[in-house]
Write a protein that binds this ligand. Structure first.
Ligand code: C2E
Ligand code: MG
Ligand code: MG
Length: 269
């Protein structure tokens, strides 16, 4: 336990230093239209390489940032970076940026105003931004303040996506009540398309049915194979994201990606 505590304290200290030294970077992964193959958005994914060259996955350090109260600063760095990139990509290629937002960020009373200010500073319309929140955050967001925040952003045209759908604890009642625009099916459901029998396929079909009855487009996460992509297409899933289409990539590579015709893109992945 003592070792774990020490490790945690070390991680927290070096994360603080990394943020101060601007050593956190953001990669971007395309979200594509499953029929045309065209990208519709780019998800911003945070990366941290420590001074001694270790890559710490966000699944590990975001939780630490939450605990030590650093996630608001980390999140605002990602938002500033992603919107700066979007100002290069949105007008020319009509792709939005999709940014993951944690519970603590959403709980800040100034969050909506901060987001709208950053967009205005970049001369970006709110349609250039999608905010991704996980189901767990969505449940917490049932609180009045968070709901007002999401509603205020939506009214301005920022879209709200539910991330990792199907893995959290949200009930259908939350989905019905809260303002959402996009449903992202967790990668575990995509992976289950490969399991024997048709259970996995029927499950994804049911989630897609839910999305379409709510009138929101669905993104399948973690699409790794042509077979999964074909099945999803057959099932009527409109959007997808995953290694089969493109891996998360540094911003310098994205303009090339966006300028490459779809037919030639397969060779890049
Ligand atoms: P997420 O938002 O669900 O992001 C998708 C994750 O799936 C990313 O992991 C991405 O690299 C990975 N991925 C993409 N395609 C595939 C695929 O085909 N197969 C598989 N197996 N995985 C794929 P990553 O970058 O490690 O991020 C993990 C999680 O950390 C994210 O899950 C998100 O919840 C969180 N995260 C990342 N960046 C941020 C951030 O800036 N702020 C916050 N609050 N959370 C972040
Ligand atoms: Mg996400
Ligand atoms: Mg996800």
């Amino acid at each position: 336990m003592r070792e774990a505590r020490l490790h945690h304290a070390e991680l927290a200290a070096s994360l603080r230093a990394a943020l101060a030294a601007d050593a956190l970077t953001v990669l971007y992964q395309p979200i594509v239209d499953l029929h045309s193959g065209q990208p519709v958005a780019l998800e911003a994914l945070l990366r941290w390489r420590t001074a001694d060259g270790r890559d710490v996955p966000p699944s590990k350090f975001i939780a630490v940032a939450e605990e030590i109260g650093l996630v608001v600063d980390v999140g605002s760095k990602v938002l500033r970076d992603a919107t700066a990139q979007a100002s290069l990509w949105y007008a020319r290629h009509d792709v939005a940026v999709s940014v993951n937002v944690s519970a603590r960020q959403l709980a800040s009373p100034t969050f909506a105003a901060d987001v709208l200010t950053v967009l205005a500073e970049r001369s970006l319309p709110p349609a250039a931004l999608i905010i991704e929140i996980t189901e767990t955050v969505l449940v917490d967001a049932a609180g009045e303040l968070a709901q007002q925040t999401l509603t205020a952003l939506r009214e301005q045209g920022v879209r709200i996506a539910v991330d990792d759908f199907g893995t959290g604890y949200s009930s259908l009642a939350y989905l019905q009540r809260l303002p959402i625009d996009i449903l992202k099916i967790d990668h575990t459901f995509t992976a289950a398309l490969d399991s024997p029998g048709d259970r996995g396929v029927r499950f994804v079909g049911a989630i897609l049915g839910l999305g379409s009855s709510l009138g929101v487009p669905t993104v399948a996460e973690g699409v790794e194979t042509p077979r999964q992509a074909a099945l999803l297409r057959e099932l009527g899933c409109p959007l997808a994201q995953g290694y089969h289409f493109a891996r998360p990539c540094p911003p310098e590579g994205i303009l090339d990606y966006l300028s490459t015709p779809v037919a030639m893109r397969a060779s890049l992945t």
